[in-house]
Write a protein that binds this ligand. Structure first.
Ligand code: ADP
Ligand code: ASP
Ligand code: MG
Length: 400
């Protein structure tokens, strides 16, 4: 039996919390399982490091930035390994590089390419608990990389997949996956299970309880994934394949993404190749474009709007300023995206209209809309974001 346990920032936020994590890991080890532990940096540390890194430049050198960002996880990994050893349980702490986690070269949002598990396996077979720093890897050339914010979840899932673990437990500061962020809506309900697809949409829509790429990988590698609290022993949420026998709920969750900004290009020449020029330029800078809206052209020109992550807005502005197609550009970072997710939406109509009516009744103006098979997203003014989540949660009776 092999279990991968990942502990997030709040769970390792103080020395007392790290001691509690050590006890929890020992509990698992005592049950007879081999344990690989993945840890995040102490809560707040990565944000602080980002600020330091961006103090001298909006677009800091990638190798240096990742050297900086990866340091937070190295600290908690080392302390946890020391704590476990001190408690009489032999443990080894490994950086991503020492653990054999190889990535591409896209600094600050690298993708894992392969994991050489030899070191971890040999440490496990000598009876040790293996602690691995989350959120980081190394390129073939030997440079440290990081995996994008929230990336420790991805480290845990990737290791669970590579090691063929029986279970991957993501320990955090809430009891599991809720119908919406329990910090926004007190009436949110914990879900016993959720499908990979719905979880992926929720995570991509901003529910940071799991990082979206970790869910995608868990589905692909068939990793048994559970989220639960490190502060109690309550049962968590199992993320699993869609069960066709389950009664389909219409809507399973609502997510709020505050890290969004809108870019609007006015008077864009309406001819083939313009969209390609704009979005290729953004892609080259690795900017994640999300919602895209283009109006029907008039008098040979059109308006084009799209959203980007707020923390990539400065880079998007730089990119736009170098394009001849983008003469009149407006930016708005006082927006949020609210999304409604449910596999039941595939087969039911009327889900969208209920959302529109509900928002209209509250006087919340919808600025952009996008839909997929199991998701409806709207962009609204930032000041209405949390209100929108609560009234929609009520409208779909998610507290019932
Ligand atoms: P960690 O540091 O453990 O990785 P995160 O802060 O990344 O934890 O994610 C946990 C947080 O996700 C919770 O504290 C909660 O506020 C937020 N969250 C957002 N949406 C949801 C949801 N649907 N269910 C549970 N938590 C959610
Ligand atoms: N420490 C990193 C972050 O804050 C990775 C993680 O916590 O998953 O984004
Ligand atoms: Mg997280």
């Amino acid at each position: 039996m092999l279990i991968v346990q990942k502990f997030g920032g709040t769970s390792v936020g103080t020395l007392e919390r790290i001691e509690a994590v050590a006890d929890r890991v020992i509990e698992t080890k005592k049950s007879g399982a081999d344990v690989v532990v993945v840890v995040s940096a102490m809560s707040g540390v990565t944000n602080q490091l980002v600020e330091y890194g961006e103090h001298f430049s909006k677009d800091p050198n990638g190798i240096a930035m990742d050297l900086l960002l990866s340091s937070g996880e190295q600290v908690t990994t080392a302390i946890l390994a020391i704590a476990l050893n001190a408690k009489g349980y032999p443990a080894v702490g490994l950086t991503g590089a020492m653990a054999g986690i190889y990535t591409d070269e896209v600094h600050t949002k690298a993708r894992i390419e392969n994991i050489n598990t030899a070191r971890i396996k040999s440490e496990l077979s000598s009876g040790k608990i293996v602690v691995v720093a989350g959120f980081q890897g190394i390129t073939k050339g030997g440079d440290i990389t990081t995996l994008g914010r929230g990336g420790s979840d991805l480290s845990a899932v990737a290791l669970a997949g590579a090691l063929n673990a029986d279970l991957c437990e993501i320990f955090t500061d809430v009891d599991g996956v809720y119908t919406t962020d329990p910090r926004i809506e007190k009436k949110a309900k914990k879900l016993a299970t959720i499908s990979y697809d719905e979880m992926l949409e929720l995570a991509s829509a901003g529910a940071k309880v799991l990082q979206n790429r970790s869910v995608e990988l868990a589905k692909k590698l068939n990793v048994k994934l559970v989220t639960r609290s490190s502060f109690n022993h309550n049962e968590g949420t199992l993320i699993t394949l869609e069960d066709n026998n389950m009664e389909k709920v219409l809507v399973s969750g609502i997510a709020l993404d505050k890290n969004q900004a809108r870019v609007t290009l006015r008077g864009v020449i309406d001819k083939p190749g313009i969209a390609a020029e704009i979005f290729t330029a953004l892609a080259k800078k690795n900017i994640n474009v999300d919602m895209i809206i283009q109006n029907v052209g008039q008098d040979g020109t059109t308006n084009l709007g799209f959203t980007v992550p707020q923390n990539e807005l400065e880079l998007a502005k730089d990119t736009m300023s170098s394009l001849s197609a983008a003469k009149h550009v407006e930016y708005d970072d006082a927006i949020v995206k609210v999304s409604i997710i449910g596999v039941g939406m595939k087969s039911h109509s009327g889900v969208a209209s209920l959302a529109f009516e509900t928002l209209a009744r509250e006087g919340i103006n919808i600025q952009m809309i996008s839909t997929s098979e199991i998701k409806l997203s709207v962009v609204v003014d930032q000041k209405y974001g949390e209100l929108a989540v609560r009234v929609l949660h009520d409208a779909y009776e998610l507290d019932k």
